[in-house]
Design a binder for this molecule. Structure first.
Ligand SMILES: Nc1nc2c(ncn2[C@@H]2O[C@H](COP(=O)(O)OP(=O)(O)OP(=O)(O)O)[C@@H](O)[C@H]2O)c(=O)[nH]1
Ligand SMILES: [Mg+2]
Length: 596
């Protein structure tokens, strides 16, 4: 099978092209450094099946950041039959160097000038035939986002592969990667002869939006107001959807499953209905909110606003030993901490990378969002909901800042970084849909992996030994709760919540599900009973603890694999547990001492 690799600078649309021609759903975003790992997919090409590999964006084949090494390692260890060099046509004078680097390796390649739509609008014209002659490889104009030029790309690729030029072995590439070459001069000559650029690139819209959004003292307030409004939007639209889902699951249980399963032995009936069904359906009711959340995230990510956020926060983050990119990783962590941790690979300074990785698990991810939406619905009025939610997000940022300040002495860095501000872009419906669907799949995968396991365990612990009452102190769950009581009593966490927290260590998606199992209820009934059992101070203390302590096993595994250090992983676990307890303790004791 022929292998084709996508290579280019960050944010040039490699993953967009990858998705378009293979039908895969690699993550796309208007931020340099979205792809950090290899991803491959098959595509039919000229009657054969070829493998297309999406690589992380790199500025330089000889660079030393982790993702540049990923690319180099890939080229040195895998035979590649063809390279698609993807350039942003509006930045051709800066990006052509990479094409020449690839050519000097001797790899067969096609030059794809992407973002043709933007280049055209900016008034750039490129003579592809002349360029092709000069650079000695086929050149194709492309607009991966909208699909123009994709058929031509595939045709050119299949012709090129059919030429059957003797492929260069990975070993030879590895040797050539060592050698360097002078390409500046050649690049100038190519650009001079084949590209026509207007004197000033026409980017009026982006410039005038930036005048407001990057305003010296309005920029940050606008950012936080925008954040608040987005959360408000997700909440207002999502909460009714979640209630509707809960109602549907309730109906399903009473009118379908209960009659159907009534003949089963009591223990099996209990396990299936009160365990698996209650647990999973309570969690599944949050799917619409999570999807909505990711749709909004995908628009934010694709808009280019993330780079503006990095710009606005850069000076402040510098004081914490981080930089603007760290802040963007925190925002990405709002979705899921795992890709955010992997996104730190773009940082070349080891110290800064570790410090950023230490802060990311404190970023309020969508799994924790579920727990909070649930607890807030149980304990607060609808008019208070958005404010409580927002304060939790602010709390998440505060703990991140605090962590950075406390640990910045240990993780020194000295990496200057240049921030690129890409133009504002709006995702196509297709891109939005792809992202939403990808998140649903991700959720279902986690659901089958963690939630079912979690709720079955919780059901067993709360129902056995069988000679005591369900969920009473005598059950295994009750015994575990009593064991932890000395630490958890001072922060207002009762046995039921304690069990949920313990299982939440595996994944936060289990927390709400296990509460449903522990109470043996679902939907409205669950919320009402919990509302009677807990007051808001306990609930808040529980939420603070959930926010701060280790998010999930996947995060721990990623922390370990990305830092290549168990010591670092343990530092993160111990620190987050300690901080979680301290914050909850202070909150709970102070609130109680005020008689709340
Ligand atoms: N206008 C326009 N935007 C595009 C085009 N192709 C991609 N984009 C946008 O460019 C941004 C970057 O796209 P990605 O596919 O994530 O870029 P990438 O090269 O994979 O980036 P890294 O993984 O960070 O290296 C996204 O906002 C895309 O929607 C295009 O042809 N025209
Ligand atoms: Mg990519």
């Amino acid at each position: 099978m022929k292998r084709i690799a996508l290579l280019g600078m960050p944010n040039t649309g490699k993953s967009t092209l990858f998705n378009r021609i293979t039908g895969a759903s690699a993550r796309v975003g208007n931020w340099p450094g979205i792809t950090v790992d290899l991803m491959s997919a098959k595509l039919p090409l000229g009657g054969h099946i070829a493998e297309l590999v999406d690589l992380p964006g790199i500025y330089d084949l000889h660079g030393f950041s982790d993702d540049e090494q990923v690319v180099r390692h890939f080229l040195s260890n895998n035979d590649v039959d063809l390279i698609f060099i993807v350039l942003n046509a509006t930045q051709i004078e800066r990006q052509l160097s990479l094409a020449l680097q690839v050519r000097s390796l001797g790899l067969p390649a096609i030059l794809l000038l992407n973002m043709q739509d933007e280049a055209k609008r900016a008034g750039i014209t490129i003579d592809t035939q002349a360029m092709s002659k000069k650079i000695n490889m086929p050149v194709v104009l492309l607009s991966a986002k909208y699909g123009d030029g994709c058929p031509a790309t595939l045709e050119t690729a299949s012709t090129k592969l059919a030429e059957n030029t003797k492929a260069i072995s990975a070993k030879a590439i590895a040797q050539r990667l060592e050698a360097d070459s002078q390409i500046e001069v050649e690049m100038e000559s190519i650009i001079h002869n084949t590209v026509q650029m207007p004197i000033a690139l026409n980017n009026d819209t982006t410039d005038s939006i930036d005048k407001v959004l990057l305003h010296p003292w309005l920029g940050l307030p606008i950012f936080f107001v925008a954040l608040f409004l987005l959360f408000q939007l997700i909440f207002t639209l999502g909460a009714p959807m979640q209630e509707a889902m809960a109602w549907l699951f309730d109906l399903m249980r009473t009118s379908l499953l209960e009659p159907l399963l009534s003949t089963l032995p009591t223990w099996l009936n209990g396990l299936l209905l009160d365990g698996v069904f209650n647990g999973v359906s309570t969690v599944a009711a949050f799917v619409p909110i999570i999807v909505l959340f990711f749709l909004v995230m995908s628009i934010v990510e694709d808009s280019g606003y993330l780079s503006r956020a990095a710009f606005l926060m850069d000076t402040f983050m510098n004081k914490l030993g981080l930089d603007g990119r760290g802040f963007v990783m925190v925002l990405m962590g709002f979705g899921c901490n795992v890709p955010a941790l992997m996104g730190t690979r773009v940082m070349r300074s080891k110290g800064m990378r570790l410090l950023t990785m230490l802060t990311i698990p404190l970023s309020l991810c969508s799994a924790r969002l579920q727990v909070f939406v649930f607890m807030i619905a149980v304990l607060f009025k609808p008019s208070q909901a958005a404010w409580v939610m927002f304060s939790l997000y602010m709390m998440s940022m505060l703990t991140i800042f605090l962590t950075a300040i406390l640990f910045k002495g240990q993780f020194k860095n000295n990496e200057p970084f240049i921030l690129e501000l890409p133009p504002y872009r709006f995702p196509t419906p297709r891109q939005i849909w792809q992202r939403g669907w990808q998140e649903v799949r991700h959720f279902l995968k986690r659901a089958t992996k963690f939630i079912i396991f979690g709720v079955v365990m919780v059901w067993l612990l709360t129902n056995y030994p069988s000679n005591v009452a369900t969920a009473s102190v005598g059950t295994y769950a009750g015994q575990i709760g009593s064991f932890f009581a000395p630490v958890l009593d001072p922060i207002g966490i009762d046995t039921q919540l304690a069990i949920a927290l313990i299982f939440g260590f595996v994944a936060k998606e289990i927390v709400v599900g296990s509460l449903a199992v522990i109470y043996g209820l679902q939907g409205d009934a669950l919320m009402q009973t919990m509302g009677q059992n807990l007051d808001w101070v306990q609930g808040m203390s529980f939420m603070l603890f959930t926010l701060i302590y280790t998010p999930c096993l996947s995060t721990i595994v990623t922390l370990k694999s990305e830092s290549k250090s168990s010591k670092f992983m343990w530092l993160s676990i111990v620190w987050s547990l300690t901080l979680a307890w301290l914050v909850s303790f202070v909150f709970y004791q102070v609130a109680r001492s005020f008689g709340l």
